[in-house]
Design a protein around this ligand. Structure first.
Ligand code: NDP
Ligand code: X2W
Length: 345
């Protein structure tokens, strides 16, 4: 099998470390450099002793990484602004880019800059970036040189909803997505809300009514049926390391259960990471450390309300696992490579 040379920018953060862990099992990807500004010059072994495959590799700076032309593909596990700055340099060197940040997800510049609070230095590239949900956009990802890896909350909400929008099953109703994330979703930063005594045995909502993933989710839903979508999205944070559960309320006048299960089954018949449950509610423990999304549907006839549940691991299907799926497709490999065994798990 041909080997592809890979760079990782932001390899000292949670999603970068998750990439490193999964890539030790990947038969066709060889990591040739990893960046960290705070650890530059140190070995990965001295900072993360459990990453045995990279013990002697020395972290380099992002500036040095942008001078490298000896790689086929780079993963950017960086803050949004840093990704937006370096992406044009990698692309100009003929290197494919999978960006885990939100820098190229939102197609409207004003909407992006309002949500992210900085002036985008390379916004025109957003128009060519492919929004990377491999189960739904396989063909365009295969052709892409820049993939915007979706956010974790959007992944958990879009994969169950898009097939229903595409089929015209949902029209003109307000959808409520109530989502809960593990603490690693905040990144590996030290601040007061991240202290053990602040987060342990705590549970709270944040960015109520104005979370930056709202425009991302609405954009992708509207792209499926070309009409306005009304969404209320409330994220919460739980005192667990990793995992995410979204509870999505959708009004339906009549019971759509059979149609929804038929649509999901048809849409995802060739997608081994999508697992559909009937009569059982997905749990976070079932998906932790996997690249799977679990989903279920329940209809409440008295209230004329449907409840979709979906669970993912925010660091895997919500970030690094999905990024590896995208990278596989971009270089012409099966998206499951390095993420699934012959027995399907
Ligand atoms: N955590 C999650 O669940 C998810 C995160 N994402 C997105 O993925 C990206 C990475 O997230 P995550 O791994 O959680 O973040 P972390 O904060 O854990 O890691 C950030 C990484 O970027 C590096 N970095 C920080 N600032 C700069 C800078 N100015 N220039 C160069 N490198 C820098 C850090 O290295 P150092 O400090 O050593 O320089 C570190 O390696 C973000 O854009 C995030 O929004 C997407 C989906 C889910
Ligand atoms: C719990 C938590 O803080 N989560 C992060 C989202 C993580 C994610 O998906 O990030 P990107 O859009 O940056 O890729 C947040 O709410 O900002």
């Amino acid at each position: 099998m041909k080997t592809y040379r890979i760079g990782i920018c932001g390899g000292s953060g949670y999603t970068g470390i998750e990439l490193l862990k999964w890539l030790t099992r990947h038969p066709a990807f060889e990591v040739v450099f990893v960046t960290s500004e705070s650890q530059a010059g140190k070995t990965i072994g001295s900072c993360e002793p459990y990453l045995f495959a990279y013990t002697d590799m020395v972290y380099i700076t992002l500036d040095d990484a942008t001078q490298r032309t000896d790689i086929d593909l780079v993963f950017l596990a960086l803050p949004h602004e840093a990704s937006a700055k370096v992406t044009p340099q990698f692309l100009a060197a003929g290197i494919k880019v999978v960006d885990l940040s939100a820098a190229y997800r939102i197609k409207n510049q004003q909407v992006f800059e309002k949500a992210y609070g900085f002036t985008h230095p390379s916004f025109p590239l957003t128009q060519e970036a492919v929004y990377g949900l491999p189960e739904l956009s396989r063909e365009s990802i295969c052709q892409a040189r820049l993939v915007a890896n979706p956010g974790c909350y959007p992944t958990s909400i879009l994969l169950p909803l898009i097939p229903l929008f595409k089929a015209g099953l949902i029209q003109n109703s307000t959808i409520i997505a109530d989502s809960k994330s593990g603490f690693s979703g905040r990144g590996r930063k030290t601040d007061i809300p991240g202290l053990f005594s602040e987060m342990n045995e705590n549970f709270y909502a944040y960015s109520v009514g104005n979370h930056r993933h709202h425009p991302e989710i609405v954009q992708e839903l509207e792209a499926t049926n070309f009409s306005p979508v009304s969404l209320i999205f409330t994220p919460h944070i739980m005192p667990i390391d990793r995992g995410m559960l979204s509870t999505i309320y959708v009004p339906f006048d009549t019971d759509p259960t059979q149609d929804i299960y038929d649509l999901w089954t048809k849409t995802y018949k060739d997608s081994p990471f999508v697992r559909i449950f009937r009569g059982k509610a997905p749990q976070i423990k079932w998906v932790q450390n996997t690249n799977e999304i679990h989903m279920s549907f329940t209809y409440l006839p008295s209230q004329k309300m449907g409840i979709i549940l979906s669970s993912i691991d925010n660091l895997v299907k919500g970030a690094s696992g999905q990024a590896i799926q995208n990278a596989n497709l971009m270089v012409g490999l099966p998206d499951t490579l390095g993420l699934i065994t012959q027995k399907g798990v």
